[in-house]
Design a protein around this ligand. Structure first.
Ligand code: SF4
Ligand code: SF4
Length: 374
């Protein structure tokens, strides 16, 4: 059974950095009443809605999750370990990679059975990364991330995944980005994710357009082939796209069709429950609040995409639109949140998104077929 992915917004929108393109602090929410952590009984209440054999993956997210009080993180991991008595539980952390201490290292080590890897946001070499990922005084964060990576490597067996956001600031430098992550930082698992800002119709000064992203991916793929990197480095979106060509179950929702958004649930410290955090956060997208006493069956049906509500309507609409497309098997439908936003607010961007998906498949598939012949 596929795991439910539960994104825990520890600290909600609080962060020690203020990256130029950050969407967390643009969401229609501010941390109220000092609700910065998620009460463990909220998580218990949420899990009561799932069958005992439902596997669960928790992602500690934020803001910056490692800003949470250390005692709270300890308590959370103790609770996760307790849960493993009855169900399969894994944990991931998505961090900006600037906060590390011997206590945190020990916590990671002592939970290595459930915590296998850590995702760190790195936007390329120091000059590109620091131009966007800065602290509140405007200082770049790359040097601290480099120390974080070294500490994790020296003291733990945790895998390191680099999450690199492709924005206007670094889109012209795919080769430099890959060199920095692979050669300088020795990272073997990389995601090159586009910065498509929803609130600004995709033309925000940091956001890129879908076809610009396609151009970036073409250059990145050429470089990866030239340097013969595909066999020992997992680089996404290529790795997952190849899996999709092979007909293997994708590990990322963007290539899964039709079941995608309904594997994800986001929990905020005030107990509110939303779909995947790519959906914007507002009254329409909220499923329910764990403080409310809805019977478990009713709660479950709200986020299981069976009922009529705003997100489910968009989700079904996207499934219908993709069902008529001859590229759906290879494409997987992309991100439903981004597409449904553009479908309603900017049809040109919506069409350009599909254009990029189709061009990308047409570009990559023959290269993939050639490579698998040899
Ligand atoms: S909204 Fe996008 S990123 Fe989130 S689960 Fe759906 S397809 Fe995946
Ligand atoms: S190209 Fe567009 S319509 Fe076709 S499957 Fe992909 S996202 Fe859906």
């Amino acid at each position: 059974m596929n795991p439910k992915v539960i994104i825990l917004k520890l600290n909600s929108d609080s962060c020690n950095l203020c990256c130029d393109y950050c969407y967390e602090n643009k969401k229609n929410f501010s941390t109220k009443n000092n609700e910065k952590i998620i009460a463990i009984n909220f998580i218990e209440k949420l899990l009561n809605n799932f069958s005992q054999n439902q596997n669960v993956k928790f992602i500690l997210h934020g803001g910056e999750p490692l800003l949470s009080p250390f005692e709270y993180l300890e308590e959370l991991f103790t609770y996760f370990r307790f849960l493993t008595q009855n169900r399969n539980v894994t944990v991931g952390i998505q961090t900006n990679g600037t906060i590390i201490s011997p206590k945190l290292i020990n916590l990671f080590r002592s939970n290595s059975e459930i915590l296998r890897s850590i995702g760190i946001s790195i936007d390329g070499p120091i000059e590109l990364h620091d131009s966007v990922r800065k602290n509140k005084s405007g200082e770049g964060s790359w040097m601290r991330i480099n120390s974080f990576v070294n500490e994790i490597r020296k003291n733990t067996d945790l895998g390191i995944n680099a999450i690199c956001v492709i924005s206007k600031m670094n889109i012209n430098y795919p080769e430099k980005i890959l060199d920095a992550l692979i050669n300088d930082m020795k990272i073997k698992n990389i995601s090159l994710n586009p910065c498509f800002l929803l609130e600004s119709n995709g033309i925000d000064s940091f956001s890129i357009r879908p076809l610009e992203y396609f151009g970036f991916l073409q250059r990145a793929f050429k470089y990866v082939c030239k340097k013969n990197l595909l066999s020992n480095i997992k680089i996404n979106p290529f790795y997952n796209q190849f899996n999709s060509f092979l007909g293997n179950p994708p590990s990322v929702c963007l290539w899964a069709f039709p079941n995608k958004c309904n594997s994800f649930i986001t929990v905020y410290p005030d107990g509110s429950i939303y779909p995947c955090d790519e959906w914007s956060r507002n009254d329409k997208t909220m499923f329910f609040n764990l403080k409310d006493n809805l019977p478990p069956e009713d709660q479950l049906s709200l986020y299981d995409f069976n009922q009529d509500n705003y997100v489910n309507d968009k989700y079904k609409m996207m499934i219908n639109l993709c069902s008529e497309c001859k590229f759906v098997r290879d494409c997987g439908g992309g991100c439903f949140s981004i597409r449904s936003y553009w479908y309603e607010n900017d049809i040109q961007m919506y069409n350009e998104y599909c254009d990029y998906r189709i061009k990308y498949i047409k570009y990559l598939k023959p290269l993939f077929v050639d490579a698998t012949k040899n």
